[in-house]
Design a protein around this ligand. Sequence first.
Ligand SMILES: Cc1cc2nc3c(=O)[nH]c(=O)nc-3n(C[C@H](O)[C@H](O)[C@H](O)COP(=O)(O)OP(=O)(O)OC[C@H]3O[C@@H](n4cnc5c(N)ncnc54)[C@H](O)[C@@H]3O)c2cc1C
Length: 428
Amino acid sequence: MDTFDVIIVGAGLAGLGAAYTLAGNGLEVLVLERGDYPGAKNVTGGRIYVNPVRDLFPGLFEKAPLERFIAREELTLMTKDRSVALTYSGNELREEPHQSYSILRAKFDRWLAEQAEEQGVMVLSKIRVDDVIKENGKISGVLAGGDELRADVVIACDGVLSLLSEKAGLQSHPSPQNFALGIKEVISLDSGVINDRFRLEGNEGAAHLYVGDITQGKFGGGFLYTNRESLSLGVVIGIEDAIDEKNPIEVPVLLEAFKSRPEITPLIRGGNSVEYSAHIIPEGGFKALGRFCGNGILVAGDAAGLALNIGFTVKGMEYALASGYFAAKAVLKAKEEKNYNTETLGVYKKLLEESFVLKDSENFQETPVVLSNPRFFTRYPEMIGNLMKDIYAIPAGPKERLYPTLRKHVSLGELWSMVKDMREVMKI
Ligand SMILES: Cc1cc2nc3c(=O)[nH]c(=O)nc-3n(C[C@H](O)[C@H](O)[C@H](O)COP(=O)(O)OP(=O)(O)OC[C@H]3O[C@@H](n4cnc5c(N)ncnc54)[C@H](O)[C@@H]3O)c2cc1C
């Protein structure tokens, strides 16, 4: 029987963020990971925002194997027959320190695990944790492959649908409306070809998001991020919509349809698919969060439901890293007090509340409800697409004036619906 200060389950960003911080403060830390290596099973769309976590991990991101810094954003509204794109590019996106980067988790998580190991963390891969050990009402370790491993405190960083937090009684039964399904492909492509196709210089990167027809008008969308020598391309859709009895959606079919769109095909032409993955994303937000700690246990990252889809971007990685960091801080405090009960570990929730993690979650708590409005994914792409079609059309005869063209697509009734939708949007 082995005993550690802390056992962390899951070598994703939450687990490794916690381990790195704890070992840096001299604690004996064991990380258990079921994958063949850290990052082997981890999926992300592909963009990490570094600003919120840079100060929590000083010097770390400067040497990290990040892909490209995002210098251009693009949002495309798609209907079946046409699309309208809005591109944003600003000098501040090109200035250091860069705001966000594309990232490949298999590479990044493996590297982060090595950094944690250099701090003294023991990372064991190919070990699946099956249960928690509970003694006298306190979690005192975990069961893995028949072995009992004990620690003063366990941090559950086992990702979405966390087995550990469920076993510890911290999460209620998951409901499909709080989750989305993402399918992603990594397509290898020469870096020069990427630069030419996406009009990028050097290590600049582009982040493209697509909404509308790509999810058959349902909440969700498509994404395309440029990496150094590959593209990350995928589709995200709410699980409730995907399993809708009347109109179930096969997500792999959506991805294929997305890839065959005329806006996408030329961007991925000649590339080879080198990775295909599917993963669930917790998107219930603030109202769906479970408990963050119990007697002898803390929960961080996706396991705690700390991810957000705010329409123009999906965020989860910086919440995973930061919650791992704050969980570590709470453990250090508990160690000082030589007490790992729920009350002492409760400082973790306070730290999350004071940070961007729960502030973001609270500020954007209405997002899932507001964005469940199908008009955002059907009516608006149609309306804007048709308007653009008529604005650019030059008929054989005289061209219609601009104002009547606009009125044709935006009637008074339509305007009223837009005002009502706008009032909802004002909640986020
Ligand atoms: C398609 C998609 C697109 C996304 N896009 C973005 C994006 O662009 N930007 C962004 O910030 N976020 C994005 N996210 C969300 C982001 O990827 C997650 O929020 C983040 O990965 C959570 O990190 P984590 O460490 O909490 O969990 P994970 O990365 O899932 O790590 C959990 C780890 O625990 C291990 N594990 C699980 N169970 C056990 C067990 N019983 N025993 C041992 N080990 C176990 C797993 O193997 C895994 O390594 C996206 C997610 C998806 C699926």
